[in-house]
Design a protein around this ligand. Sequence first.
Ligand code: NAP
Length: 294
Amino acid sequence: MKLIDGKQIAEVIKEEIKAEVAKYIDDYDVAPHLAAILVGDDAASDTYVSHKEKDCKSVGITSSIYRFSNDISEEELLRTIDFINDDEEVHGLIVQLPLPKHINVDRVISHIDPKKDVDGFHPLNIGKMMLGHPAFLPATPAGIIELLKRYNIETSGKHCVILGRSNIVGTPLSVMLSRKSKHANATVTLCHSKTTDIKEITLQADILIAAIGMPEFVTAEMVKPDAVVIDVGIHRIPAPNLLSGFRLIGDVNFDEVSEIASYITPVPGGVGPMTRVALLQNTLTAFKQMVRPS
Ligand code: NAP
């Protein structure tokens, strides 16, 4: 079994981004700028946004966080998005989800300028992705494809089984892997909560990707020997003997499955760091598309 070290690959990519950003700063005195909107006091959202801020800083990308209380009106949020859309010094804009229930998420996401939509959630970017046109790709699927690419894992002609059809992971990944292009060309089966005989399907997978949000759902008996296993899930479970009081596990039973897989991603240190770095890549791309030094 070979461990797919997402943390190490993400560090390599961060160095590549850092070098490119430094060159823009040296040559043109301009750096990419990511703005993030954070609504409410959800601890997980707060942590995610702090990570994004830290990641930006580590590669020289400027970041700004617009914080609002839970009772912000939808109109005020849309006005803030208008303001950031119009700000020529900001190249990427993300709205941290989830939003409070009184706010229409689809309306908010659709309000982001597609050229700044570095999360790749705007309908225009999703449509472009479906057609295989250049677009901002959602971070987690983009990070998974990058991992497969960097580990030279062949996808062409392979049977990829994806567990979970969320709009941010499973569904876009199924489109991206089945596209007629390099690092794709796979035959994809997308499973969800209404799929019957899931084990029969997972046993056929050359590449098995678990993104269902159920701790250690995938066990050894569900995996074909020598399959590649990508674990997207992240769950905190109590670990009283650790200083933090918790540890992270995925949707895959790592101890069992690592015995039979050819490659496997760990949790933490697999898909998570790749998701984080994909946002930086998209921000750099948005910047380059907007700032064309003459
Ligand atoms: P989600 O929105 O929670 O959706 C879960 C999907 O799994 C749904 O499509 C659901 O089916 C399906 N599902 C649930 N139970 C199932 C079962 N017993 N059998 C088959 N399918 C089942 O998913 P998500 O947002 O993609 O997140 C999935 C996991 O990945 C979570 O643990 C999340 O924390 C993690 N995550 C990690 C990263 C990262 O960077 N590592 C990024 C995003 C998410 P239905 O559609 O029928 O309901």
